[in-house]
Design a protein around this ligand. Structure first.
Ligand SMILES: NC(=O)c1ccc[n+]([C@@H]2O[C@H](COP(=O)([O-])OP(=O)(O)OC[C@H]3O[C@@H](n4cnc5c(N)ncnc54)[C@H](O)[C@@H]3O)[C@@H](O)[C@H]2O)c1
Length: 417
């Protein structure tokens, strides 16, 4: 009997490939990875490189077959902006589940220039609409798991992020007012997160209007390079891309590269801004649980995929505690981020509860593995790509006055010496 299939859009990506590897090895599904390889082009445009040489999907799939003796992983080149092709691939494979991790994932990239802001919006939103529309036209039973971003809440000073809609009571002009059953407002200071907010609302629309089975995974910042399947050094061909530059690298991955270079950790601003974090390993474990969840047609489910929500200072201290004599350098924040906010409780979905057990111990062990992984490839680190050069501020007079670009390049030169 043919096995159920999962299509993972974004299957050449950091997360998409890692999910594919984990699902293929640990479950009975046939996994179809699909990607248009555009990230490789964006990386060239901004001078970003993967720390570990990043193989083609076909090479990685062949190596997976050799190591695990399974042939349930395949690849198709496809652009989500081509609706006919999206329909074709869904008809061909008739998947039980679609995971959409195929987006432009960087806030700085989206704030680089008008072209990148537009590219981020048109790619992320049009791609998502095409997948949703194709599901509605082919098979509404498909479970659609869409990658969102926890960063959509970072501009909201609230002490609680619920999983569902809630009632709001507030007062205005001396009168008590209500908003009934509404999602928490979201707020972005960059075009990437703005595209994620739109995606979230599109999910609301398609589950309501078409009764699709949709879950938005409000994904926190991921750290780590490997999972059990590809940690061993002789499995390097199975490595996912690992971005550590200021455009595509996430904060902990960048910090660990700085440590390996013997550099200070550079914190943007005063470091009081908070971010959700989760290891790559917990991220994939949680996705496997989410995929098994029964989704009700017409109910848009939300999962906050996170483990901790520390400030950037706390993250740096966690790494310093592990590594010892590391210095920390605060640099002017190129972004617009909310400083030290309310202590916040984030509601934990049943599907990810398991990953919250022994979390401090697990985070330490994942940081340790990341340090070891980066250490293996530290000669590949390109010093020139770590310091930020893209500013949120577009007022040329202010930029000149602060001369941020010069300051950053100075720190970069000093660090490189
Ligand atoms: N990595 C994180 O920390 C993090 C945090 C929050 C949310 N996310 C979300 O997770 C998802 C995956 O992120 P990632 O870090 O793996 O990024 P990534 O850039 O490594 O992977 C994205 C992949 O999607 C592909 N892609 C983009 N547009 C496409 C299109 N139109 N058609 C086909 N393929 C396309 C790219 O080529 C790339 O391989 C994104 O939606 C991102 O917003 C990631």
């Amino acid at each position: 009997m043919a096995k159920d299939k999962i299509i993972i859009f974004g299957g050449d990506g950091y997360l998409g490939w890692t999910l594919g590897l984990a699902f293929a090895n640990r479950t009975n599904y046939d996994i179809v990875l699909a990607d248009n390889m555009i990230k490789r082009q964006w990386e060239k445009e901004v001078g970003a490189k993967s720390l570990v040489p990043f193989q083609t999907p076909l090479k990685r799939i062949k190596e997976y077959g050799r190591i695990f003796g399974k042939n349930n992983l395949s690849f198709e080149k496809i652009d989500l902006l081509d609706y006919e092709l999206v329909v074709k691939i869904i008809r061909k494979h008739n998947p039980a589940i679609i995971i959409n991790a195929a987006q432009q994932p960087s806030a700085p990239f989206s704030m680089m220039n008008a072209q990148n802001a537009v590219a981020t919006f048109s790619n992320n939103i049009a791609g998502h609409i095409n997948v949703a529309w194709a599901i509605a036209e082919t098979n509404k039973n498909i479970k659609y798991i869409k990658l969102g971003s926890a960063g959509c809440y970072s501009g909201i000073d609230t002490d609680y992020i619920p999983l569902g809609k809630v009632n709001f009571n507030f007062s205005s002009k001396g009168r008590a007012r209500k908003i009934k059953k509404s999602w928490l407002p979201m707020y972005a200071t960059d075009f990437y997160h703005q595209s994620k907010i739109s995606d979230f609302l599109i999910n609301e629309l398609i589950s309501d209007a078409w009764k699709l089975r949709v879950v938005t995974t409000q994904q926190s910042t991921i750290f780590g390079a490997t999972i059990d399947e590809n940690f061993a050094e002789d499995r390097r061909i199975l490595s996912a891309r690992f971005n550590y530059d200021a455009v595509f690298g996430t904060v902990i991955n960048r910090f660990v590269c700085q440590i390996n270079m013997g550099w200070p950790l550079t914190i943007y601003g005063d470091g009081s801004q908070k971010t959700g974090i989760i290891s790559l390993s917990d991220t994939v474990d949680n996705f496997i649980n989410i995929a098994e969840k029964n989704l009700v047609p017409g109910i848009h489910e939300v999962v906050h995929n996170f483990t901790l929500r520390p400030s950037i200072n706390e993250i740096a201290n966690m790494i310093v505690a592990k590594e010892g004599t590391i210095s920390i350098s605060h640099i002017e924040n190129p972004r617009k981020e909310m400083k030290g906010s309310l202590k916040r409780e984030v509601e934990v979905h049943k599907a990810i509860k398991g990953s919250h057990k022994n979390k401090d111990k697990k985070i330490k062990s994942e940081l340790f593995k990341l340090g070891e992984f980066v250490g293996r490839y530290k000669n590949n680190i390109d010093a020139a790509v770590i310091m930020p050069k893209i500013l949120w501020e577009k007022n040329q007079d202010l930029i000149k006055e602060k001369s941020l670009k010069e300051k950053y390049s100075l720190i970069m030169q000093q660090s490189a010496q």
